[in-house]
Ligand binder design. Structure first.
Ligand SMILES: *Cc1c(COP(=O)(O)O)cnc(C)c1O
Length: 552
């Protein structure tokens, strides 16, 4: 008998499992499905959202399970999907805890859901206390549970909510070794924001260790409710008996699958990096706030503050329309402040009386999917780094990298396109997406000008004139001899500049001559980057429009 079977509530083990396998035995598009009392007509909500919503979802959707398992580096059967991480905690409590007999351990201050769901099940909650710096050690947990005969579960949050403390994995493993008859849940809801390594590799080979994962925080899917438990398949089998038959809604499955597409990864990582950069920017500023006594910078997408007077802070926050979480049960004057966008964070700094004057950001992110390409792009006109470009056409990566480097802006762009057919759609669609992103980053175009640049490159010379006029116009003078440079079709070049003109809303005039086609194409992109750099540079009064019409 496995540990999970020994610890599970006996009535759960006696239940016959839902007969879902058979009800969901593979069916194709032409199967006549008269087995599940579904309505044959999709709902009238219209659009793509309605497709397939009249059918029950897969209990453990295979595609999502595979995508998340690969994200975390485990096999699909080592991941049990749940309706968010909260549900995974509830599920564990329902699987293992008998009312009035069993106990769980939590390490306070921590996430309140562990004790909540355990108490709902009628179990006792043993409260260990983190040390005076909110750090976890195996010893403090072991001391609190010593001699406890019916300790089924222990919860460890890494990094810890609300204090942010990262937890040393060796301390967790030490506790797991010392408590072989208790299942330890390591809650990694915020791990993506920390430098601590995941414990999933240990969890899949130990009978008494499970890891909680969620897409709510790092992937921005809190509203979709998608999470899961990672552990050995035998343990998850037992726990899955307490699952409802269809835990995940079809719309959530779809949203999660889209978010996890390879073309989205780079922009997701860029967002996490930005949140970490903002966490690092805010911490020293908040430290100077007259309202703040102490600040804990941990591994989450939040900061934990101990403030002088929560009442004074609360009043200022209400005036500014800002919500934070007061956590006086964690520490006197405890406040958990989530890291938002740079603009939201600036508002929070105002509330703490350490606001700074800052210019409006010139950033944009967008995703653009067609049948041929799936693209995500992020630009920041006021930063030169990072530049990470993966279109699937190496020469075009090189060209866009030159464009961003000479344009002096940050560009993260990835595309998952039909390059097995040819590079045409990918080059075209990446250009449109980038043009749209630049246009939206420029917003109302205050503080920008009209420019041009000429550039020699060995025997080649290229000249690009650009006017961010809002009116698309494109002129290209130049001809190429080679049909391709690498995978890149040379004839796309005039087309690319026309797509930029259309999607960016600009007049773009390009003139190039020389002998070597590689030089000629590259010179066009470099000169375009240089012209763009001048055109979008902030100069003069931030409110001045470079047009006498007052509108561009
Ligand atoms: C947010 C959070 C979760 C789970 O969130 P879900 O949205 O339910 O997936 C789990 N643990 C901690 C510590 C959290 O803060």
């Amino acid at each position: 008998m496995s540990l999970a079977q020994r610890l599970a509530r006996p009535e759960l083990l006696d239940l016959p499992p839902f007969d879902l396998g058979e009800r969901h035995g593979g069916y194709g598009a032409d199967t006549i499905k008269l087995d599940a009392n579904e309505n044959p007509y999709p709902p009238l909500s219209g659009g793509d959202l309605a497709a397939g919503l009249n059918r029950y979802p897969e209990p453990q959707p295979a595609a999502l399970r595979a995508a998340m398992a690969s994200l975390y580096g485990v096999a699909p059967e080592q991941l049990l999907l749940t309706r968010g991480g909260d549900d995974a905690i509830d599920l564990l409590c329902r699987t293992f805890l008998r009312g009035r007999e069993d106990a769980v351990a939590v390490c306070l201050p921590t996430f309140s859901a562990y004790a909540h769901f355990a108490r709902l099940q009628g179990a006792r909650v043993i409260e260990a206390r983190l040390d005076d710096r909110f750090d976890f050690t195996a010893d403090l947990l072991l001391a609190a549970v010593a001699g406890e005969p019916a300790l089924k579960l222990a919860f460890i949050c890494s990094p810890n909510n609300p204090t942010g403390n990262e937890v040393d994995p060796t301390e967790i493993l030490k506790a797991a070794d010392a408590m072989p008859d208790t299942i330890l849940l390591v809650d990694e809801a915020y791990l993506e924001f920390s430098a601590t390594p995941s414990l999933v590799d240990e969890a899949v080979r130990r009978p008494n260790l499970l890891v909680l994962k969620t897409l709510s925080k790092a992937f921005g899917l809190a509203g979709a409710r998608v999470g899961g438990l990672v552990g050995p398949a035998e343990t998850l089998d037992v726990i899955s008996r307490a699952l409802p038959p269809y835990p995940l809604p079809t719309l959530s499955i779809e949203a999660a699958l889209q978010a996890l597409q390879p073309s989205r990864r780079a922009v997701h990582q860029r967002r996490i990096d930005r949140i970490l950069a903002e966490r690092a920017r805010l911490a020293p500023l908040l430290q100077q706030s007259p309202l703040v006594n102490r600040i804990h910078v941990g591994g989450g997408n939040f900061l934990f503050l101990e403030v002088e007077s929560p009442e004074v802070l609360a009043k200022r926050l209400v005036e500014l329309g800002i919500k934070v979480r007061f956590r006086s049960n964690a520490a006197p004057g405890g406040v958990r402040l989530t890291i938002g966008t740079p603009e939201e964070n600036d508002a929070a700094l105002d509330a703490f009386e350490v606001g700074q004057q800052s210019r409006p950001a010139r950033r944009a992110e967008l995703a653009r999917d067609t049948r041929e390409t799936r693209i995500a792009v992020a630009v920041d006109l006021d930063r030169a780094e990072p530049r990470r470009i993966a279109t699937g056409v190496p020469y075009y990566d090189h060209m866009l990298d030159q464009l961003a480097a000479h344009g002096n802006f940050s560009l993260v762009l990835s595309c998952d396109g039909d390059t097995e057919i040819d590079a045409h759609h990918t080059v075209e669609d990446c250009t449109i997406a980038l043009g749209q992103a630049l246009k939206s980053a420029l917003a109302d175009k205050r503080g920008i000008g009209r420019f041009g640049f000429a550039l020699p490159m060995d025997e080649t010379q290229a000249q690009v004139l650009i006017d961010l006029s809002g009116r698309p116009y494109s002129r290209f003078e130049g001809a190429f001899a080679a049909s391709h440079i690498g995978d890149y079709p040379t004839e796309m070049t005039p087309h690319v500049f026309r797509s930029f003109a259309d999607s960016l809303g600009a007049a773009i005039h390009v003139k190039v001559d020389g002998e070597n086609d590689h030089h000629k194409v590259e010179a066009c992109f470099k000169a375009f980057g240089r012209a763009l750099r001048q055109a979008v540079a902030r100069e003069g009064s931030p409110d001045a429009l470079p047009s006498t019409k007052g509108l561009l």
